[in-house]
Design a protein around this ligand. Sequence first.
Ligand code: HEC
Length: 105
Amino acid sequence: MPALLCLLPGLALAQAPAPTPTPQRQQQLLRMLQQDCGSCHGMRLTGGLGPPIHAQAMRELPRDSIAAVIYHGRPGTPMPPWKSMLSAAEAEWLAGVLRGEEVKP
Ligand code: HEC
């Protein structure tokens, strides 16, 4: 029942702080941030087709909202949803990385 399992991280997120991804998964997510997100938001996340998403800009937004944009995308704009690529907990972790709250390994 893979579909059911996919729902679990989202449910856990509503109650408890998101679990930190394993170091190996963190590397994958950081690579995705550079390669996939960087293609629209710029190599240094200072903006391109998408707006700047560096720490200075992201600290203006609540971590939950950033995670929601990453997970669901922003309908009607080129910002795609990433929920097929990562879990809600991982989106939450990435949001923390963007805000400079998570130490990059
Ligand atoms: C195809 C281009 C594209 C890709 C790839 C992309 N984005 Fe975006 N993103 C956008 C655009 C365009 C917006 C602005 C949407 C709007 O007009 O509100 C945006 C908005 C955002 C925002 C909200 C910024 C704000 O100031 O409100 C965040 C956070 C974000 N993206 C993170 C990411 C992350 C993390 C990734 C990689 C997992 C990613 N994006 C990949 C195009 C992209």
